[in-house]
Write a protein that binds this ligand. Structure first.
Ligand SMILES: Cc1cc2nc3c(=O)[nH]c(=O)nc-3n(C[C@H](O)[C@H](O)[C@H](O)COP(=O)(O)OP(=O)(O)OC[C@H]3O[C@@H](n4cnc5c(N)ncnc54)[C@H](O)[C@@H]3O)c2cc1C
Length: 297
């Protein structure tokens, strides 16, 4: 934090760029002295808990028009969520609920309404462990960045695989997250579920966050299986081995028993002093097994 000549802490200088290019230029000029702020809910928690120092300059991206709200590309059915779309907007949007019900449910589970009115989807993704991420991962998300050149696109999974160890992305501005709704094959039904298991439903770090989407055909066989897990400090990811195993299998007791064991074997959550790894694995396996059971019925 900046200090005046008497050593008294001063508030950071806040910039209000009007365009993505202007915001990026400011960041490039200020370097580590400048930090992008969207809702500021996570940043504030980090400063107040001493996890991060308050920077000398805040680059408030709230006035940048192109970062607002969901926009639909009707030709390919993709919906682009501007990075500063708030969790409240997502929670209450009929468009989101119709095409991405897991995202609606995730937004409902994050913090309290007063926080959700400020907190953005971009800020949640860039926390690397946000509770919206497992839900997003089900919809093949693509991140669009402004990096000072012609722009950059990368899948959310790809970004997550290196984000914690290579923080080069901190120099870029996230513009939007694009999602594609899954298509439904004929004679199939889709089942989706999102669960956040925590000490309370919202307002606390989760123990496990799970998002799940499957198709069941008329022979009760599973298809288009998408399964993402996260929670606590675990970086969310799809469980591809389990997805492949389930594809084409009948939704019956044998499959569900096998998948329970597979999740215990393949899911590698991070433990902490309060919730050990073994508990998180069992919670995840129980959630997925019970959702499969409901779908099979
Ligand atoms: C009481 C409380 C409860 C909470 N509960 C939950 C919870 O249950 N689940 C959960 O997941 N989170 C929770 N959070 C954390 C936080 O509210 C969310 O992660 C929120 O979505 C962060 O969004 P934001 O817009 O406030 O991010 P900010 O705090 O503004 O920014 C977060 C980070 O992203 C960067 N950033 C933001 N936008 C951009 C952009 N467009 N381009 C480049 N960098 C950017 C910032 O520089 C910063 O590093 C909680 C926070 C509080 C205070």
């Amino acid at each position: 934090m900046a200090a005046n000549a008497q050593g008294v802490a001063e508030a950071p200088f806040v910039w209000h760029p009007a365009t993505a290019e202007e915001a990026w230029q400011l960041k490039a000029t200020l370097g580590a002295e400048g930090v992008f702020t969207a809702g500021g809910t996570l940043l504030r928690t980090q400063w107040e808990s001493g996890l991060a120092a308050m920077p000398n300059h805040l680059i408030d991206i709230g006035a940048i028009q192109e970062l607002h709200g969901p926009r639909t590309d009707s030709e390919i059915g993709t919906v682009c969520f501007g990075a500063i779309t708030t969790l409240s907007e997502i929670r209450t949007s009929p468009l989101v609920n119709a095409s991405f019900p897991l995202l609606t449910e995730a937004a409902r589970s994050i913090a309290a309404p007063s926080i959700r009115n400020l907190a953005t989807i971009g800020g949640n993704v860039l926390s690397i462990v946000g509770d919206s991420i497992p839900a997003l991962l089900v919809y093949d998300p693509v991140l669009h960045w402004h990096d000072g050149s012609s722009g950059l696109e990368e899948s959310l999974s790809e970004w997550l695989s290196t984000a914690a160890v290579h923080p080069v992305w901190k120099e870029r501005l996230l513009l939007s997250v694009a999602l594609t709704p899954p298509t439904l094959n004929s004679n199939t039904k889709r089942f989706v579920a999102y669960h956040k298991v925590g000490r309370r439903d919202a307002f606390t770090p989760s123990v496990v966050t799970a998002a799940f989407s499957i198709q069941l055909d008329s022979d009760n066989r599973l298809g288009d299986v998408r399964l993402a897990l996260g929670g606590g400090q675990t970086i969310p990811h799809r469980l591809e081995t389990v997805e492949q195993f389930l594809t084409g299998k009948p939704a019956d007791k044998k499959t569900i028993t096998e998948v329970y064991s597979m999740i215990l074997e393949h899911y590698e959550p991070k433990g902490d002093a309060f919730v050990p790894v073994s508990y998180r694995k069992k919670a995840a396996a129980n959630l997925i097994a019970s959702e499969l059971w409901k779908a099979a019925k």
